[in-house]
Design a protein around this ligand. Structure first.
Ligand code: ADP
Ligand code: MG
Length: 447
């Protein structure tokens, strides 16, 4: 099957799974960019599409491809903008390969302080972020921003980068997610030779280092060590460092103490949930940006719903824009209500045993086969017990069913695991953190 045929088949299946309006808005124009042994790269029309697809349809899309190909591909989604930027970057690189092309790479120009709505939930984070871009390398080094999904952490990090460029167009800025850092590191180690040198140059020769979602480094020992040294070198050379995570440093499990202590050297700020006024201000601002004319009463109606993930608010607005252009009429309260309900429903993720197996194996960097195997070493037995415990507490499945899922002969193993983890949660802080974060990952709309 060619990649185009694959995409076509996937779209036909996806059409059946979601509402027509959602399909037309988000999926219909999606393209395929690349199909490799283990990855499918899709292209979304815009950054908004990309964010929304990531937030709402990633699991569905990835399961659909799995269903067709009988193989678990990693799905990556890029926006058309990003593809264009990369192409421009590559072309430019042919000519002069030097310094100033550096910055096009990975800052999203739309995520600026100008487009960031300040409210009671984020004013401190916004103010310190701005201070860091105006006056880097001071006492806020590193700046550590934490908060839940869709609350503007990534936006703020890019804003710091973009603002720094305003003041100094030659500043070398590097934005990475911790996953990207990890992948880069693994790749450089695999390639041996001079790749480690290149890796170090890339990460250490910068003026501003922005690392998003550091909680993913939990349990990733090699990456933590590398980050520790990267941090030291940057800090010594008075370069600004900014981190984000979904929780404060002290609550990130399986993280080296020395790194945790570095995270706390500067200032830690949080972004909280937006209140009614902030939600309304965000809705107003976004509709203005999109030149979308909508009755303020409708915006108030949406703001009253207690939707605190700002990405979801954007999703609602985008759906409304799609509705109004399709229906060629103004948005009524009924339509708004329908769209709000659709988004809320999509977010009620159903947890299944497979999802638990997947999440636990990802979290501990093991394969599902390991979890189901008879191996008894603690590196495998402990995650397995955690998995059994989660099947019990989150799904309430009978012991016998769980023992089948984990390929055990005897359901007393499951009883034992449940008791053991239950006790350990009371006595061992680390176990409690692991169970809490897995529960959180499983309950969040996006892993
Ligand atoms: P996080 O990284 O915390 O999960 P993001 O920074 O990706 O969240 O934000 C999700 C979406 O919501 C982005 O499109 C972002 O531009 C938007 N957003 C978040 N906070 C704000 C804000 N205060 N003002 C305007 N847009 C925001
Ligand atoms: Mg983010």
């Amino acid at each position: 099957m060619t990649s185009e045929e694959l995409l076509y088949t996937a779209k036909e299946l996806l059409k059946e799974e979601i509402t027509t309006i959602a399909y037309d808005t988000w999926i219909k124009n999606m393209k395929i960019n690349k199909l490799t042994d283990d990855t499918i790269i899709l292209v979304a029309e815009s950054d908004i599409h990309k964010d929304f697809i990531y937030g709402s349809y990633l699991d569905l899309i990835s399961n659909t491809f799995k269903y067709i190909t009988k193989k678990a591909y990693r799905i990556e989604i890029l926006s058309q903008n990003e593809i264009d930027a990369v192409e421009a970057f590559d072309n430019k690189d042919d000519g002069d390969s030097n310094s100033d092309s550096y910055n096009i790479s990975n800052l999203n120009p739309k995520y600026t302080f100008d487009t960031f709505v300040v409210g009671q939930n984020n004013n401190i984070a916004q103010a310190t972020a701005l201070a860091v871009s105006e006056n880097p390398y001071t006492k806020y080094n590193p700046l550590f921003i934490y908060g839940g999904v869709g609350l503007g952490k990534t936006h703020l990090m890019h804003a710091i980068g973009n603002q720094t460029l305003e003041y100094n167009k030659d500043a070398k800025i590097l934005y990475v997610t911790s996953e990207r850092f990890l992948n880069d590191l693994v790749y450089s180690i695999k390639q041996k030779s001079n790749k480690t040198e290149l890796f170090r140059k890339k990460y250490r020769d910068v003026d501003l280092f922005l690392m998003d979602d550091v909680q993913f480094l939990s349990g990733k020992e090699a990456a933590q060590t590398e980050l520790f040294h990267t941090f030291n070198e940057l800090h010594e050379n008075k370069k600004q460092i900014v981190f984000s995570a979904d929780r404060p440093p002290k609550d990130i499990p399986i993280l080296e103490e020395r790194l945790k202590s570095r995270f706390n050297w500067g200032l830690t700020v949080d972004v909280g949930l937006p209140d009614y006024e902030t939600r309304l201000a965000i809705l107003q601002r976004k509709s203005e940006e999109e030149n979308f004319i909508i009755d303020n009463e409708i915006l108030k109606f949406i703001a009253e719903k207690n939707i605190t993930n700002i990405r979801d608010l954007e999703g609602i607005l985008n759906n409304l824009i799609a509705y109004s252009s399709l229906l060629k009429s103004d948005i009524t309260k009924e339509i708004a209500e329908k769209v709000v309900n659709e988004i809320s429903m999509q977010n009620e993720k159903i947890i299944t045993p497979d999802i638990i197996l997947n999440t636990v194996s990802n979290y501990f960097n093991l394969s599902i086969e390991d979890l189901k195997s008879s191996k008894r070493s603690n590196e495998i037995a402990f995650p397995r017990q955690i998995g059994m415990y989660l099947c019990r507490t989150l799904l309430g499945l009978p012991y016998a069913t769980i023992s089948k899922i984990f390929n055990r002969k005897d359901h007393t193993t499951v009883m034992y695991a449940e008791n053991k983890i239950k006790e350990e949660i009371k006595t061992t802080k680390e176990t409690k953190l692991i169970v809490d974060s897995l529960t959180k990952i499983l309950n969040d709309d996006k892993a």
